[in-house]
Design a protein around this ligand. Structure first.
Ligand code: ATP
Ligand code: MG
Length: 600
């Protein structure tokens, strides 16, 4: 810690108008042209015939957040949530929460529940007026299958009976066209019969797939007769064993969007090359009368990459299963449950997402931007408190042993209306070990023999010496009190001292567990260049200390946040705190101390 501790910078006012970006421009253009005005809404996802019978859609736009329930949401998902729900809010639209649960193998109810919680916690809602827009792609399985049959009948899809190896071999490469399957010109009736047998469980996994009939020579490999359905004898977390054929993401996604009247289907850049397939499918189904135009449009944006962490559910899952972290909600995890336990507020995460905006090209965002958003959010909110994290005993040798004075410290220095905290002042105090040294380096203004400092909100003291153990380690510091220097009394400022340190009454302080968290990785790009990210782990990402806090913190509620003066922002752990015995997690230090030289 350094001696100069400037007052916290005031929080920048939040942008009143969200900054424009290419997605907002596209929406503005669509709305100005009245592109989506003719839409009607049946009140629930359905075919065009049903929507036509409904009233005009009150939602000027419809967006959706479509997580796959195969893990916990992370900060990258928060960007997508803030974007989709934020657009709906700003444009008088609706945002649907849709579980993209078409892959039976990896999905679980636990994840569904955690996603519902996370979106709510972030401050967004899919219930709006009389609408409750929470959907499951698996609820569309019947329709998806019916559309598949229709595509086969219309000659737009066929059952391919090549082996998986043959399909791969015939797909071609980025530079070579693919080759048509020998089953490509199978008569529609034959494909239809096979498709139904697939559904009835008459064929083993891998024996047949349903493919779109587009163009095996397309330069875009996504258009080389993509697979629409495959056989999987797997139980689904919602439909059980009712199905043994499951739709592919590229097939289910555009159709789910169209059924839900989505106008702008916003996804990450890796789907840019899938957009022609998205459009191809919806155009074919619109031709078939299942959907009305205008159809939903896919718009891509750059995913969030954050330094010093990972934003891949699979890798985060590995950190959990390998025991590197204690669970999905470990405070070092970039999951929303982890960030929440770390002490992040929903507002800080929203502020961060606002500040980073959306871009059309991939890039890395600095972890310090996320941390700064938390500081900026907490500075005006968090009550101040005193904590001594590395305690050293200070004995005020001329102060009576049984005397107790009370000192008042503001709950918030810029908000006097929030009142004061009462700090008992006694002969024996705790101070930070590094606020004392026997041999001060140049520029050290805190305690050393002969030097004077102010104990914040109390007296100026003069150091008179220290005790040491057999190893030479300092066990106590001695000082005398300048009794006419008490803060807030006349003449208190006659003593000009350069150091101002915090303290706690040893008799009254509450001993607590404090968990000092650092970044989980020591390299900015943990998995860059194919590096095994486990090699980039920061071995000191968590340090647990026994510390002292002011007595009033015995009443801290789980998730209550504080600024421990001179240290940073801390939160009472929502899991491990007990009545009267809070456990504190360090959310973020007061200033960015992750110095240069540690980047990788
Ligand atoms: P992961 O690779 O971590 O598993 P995902 O894309 O497979 O992520 P989904 O559940 O499919 O996870 O994501 C739901 C939505 O969140 C998608 O629209 C996806 O584009 C978006 N999303 C996921 N990761 C990010 C990210 N890092 N930045 C922005 N949006 C993201
Ligand atoms: Mg995905």
């Amino acid at each position: 810690m350094s001696d100069a501790r400037p007052a916290n910078a005031p929080r920048k006012p939040p942008a009143t108008d969200p900054p424009s970006n290419f997605i907002r421009s596209a929406i503005d253009t669509d709305l100005a042209a009245g592109r989506y005005t003719p839409r009607r809404w049946a009140g629930h996802p359905d075919l065009a015939a049903a929507h036509r019978g409904g009233p005009p859609d009150v939602a000027r736009i419809r967006t959706r957040f479509p997580p796959e329930p195969n893990g916990y949401l992370h900060i990258g998902h928060a960007k997508s949530i803030c974007l989709n729900f934020g657009l709906a809010r700003d444009y008088d639209g609706r945002c649907h929460l849709r579980f993209d649960d078409t892959n039976p193998v990896k999905e679980e109810q636990e994840y569904v529940d955690s996603i519902v919680d996370a979106v709510r916690w972030l401050g967004f809602d899919w219930q709006d007026g009389r609408e409750d827009n929470l959907y499951y792609a698996s609820d569309y399985f019947d329709l998806l299958f019916a559309f598949a049959e229709a595509l086969v009948r219309a000659g737009h899809a066929y059952v391919d009976s090549q082996s998986a190896d043959e399909i791969r071999a015939n797909r071609g490469t980025l530079t070579e066209p693919g080759r048509d399957s020998r089953f490509r010109d199978r008569p529609p009736e034959e494909s239809l019969a096979l498709l139904r047998e697939m559904r009835e469980g008459k064929h083993p996994e891998g024996s047949h797939v349903l493919r779109a009939k587009i163009d095996m020579t397309s330069p875009n490999v996504n258009l080389r007769d993509p697979v629409l359905y495959r056989i999987r004898f797997a139980d689904h977390h919602r439909t059980g064993d009712r199905w043994c054929v499951y739709p592919m993401y590229d097939y289910a996604h555009p159709i789910s969007d169209a059924l839900e009247n989505i106008t702008h289907s916003i996804c990450t850049l890796e789907f840019e090359d899938h957009r022609p397939l998205y459009d191809w499918l919806l155009e074919r189904l619109a031709d078939g009368g299942f959907f009305d135009r205008p159809l939903p449009q896919q718009i891509e944006f750059a995913r969030l990459n954050l330094t010093y962490t990972l934003t891949s559910k699979r890798k985060l899952q590995e950190l959990v299963t390998s025991g590197v972290v204690e669970g999905w909600d470990d405070p070092r995890m970039p999951t929303l449950v982890g960030l929440r336990r770390r002490g992040y507020t929903p507002e800080a995460i929203q502020l961060f997402c606002e500040r980073i905006g959306v871009a059309k090209a991939d890039s890395w965002i600095e972890m310090s931007a996320l941390e700064q958003a938390l500081r900026d959010d907490l500075d005006p909110k968090a009550a101040r408190a005193t904590a001594v994290l590395d305690p050293l005993r200070l004995v005020l040798t001329d102060f009576p042993a049984d005397a107790v004075e009370t000192c008042n410290a503001p709950v918030h220095p810029q908000q006097p209306e929030r009142g004061v905290r009462v700090l008992p002042f006694t002969r024996e105090l705790w101070i930070e070990r590094d606020d004392f040294t026997e041999t001060p380096p140049k520029g050290f203004f805190r305690l050393f023999p002969g030097n004077r400092v102010r104990l914040r909100f109390a007296y100026v003291i003069e150091c008179t010496g220290c005790d040491k153990d057999a190893d030479g380690r300092v066990t106590a510091v001695h000082a005398r009190v300048l009794l006419d220097s008490r803060s807030g009394t006349p003449g208190a400022d006659q003593y000009k001292v350069k150091g101002n340190i915090h303290w706690l009454s040893a008799r009254d302080a509450l001993e607590v567990e404090v968990r000092l968290y650092e970044r989980l990785f020591q390299h900015a790009h943990p998995d860059a260049g194919g590096r095994d990210y486990r090699e980039a782990l920061n071995a000191d990402s968590r340090r647990i200390v026994r510390a002292f806090v002011e007595p009033g913190l015995a009443a801290a509620e789980p998730e209550q946040r504080f600024q421990f003066e001179r240290h940073g922002y801390f939160v009472a752990d929502r899991r491990d705190s007990m009545a009267g015995r809070p456990v504190f997690n360090r959310s973020v230090t007061l200033r960015d101390s992750w110095g240069a030289g540690k980047t990788g």
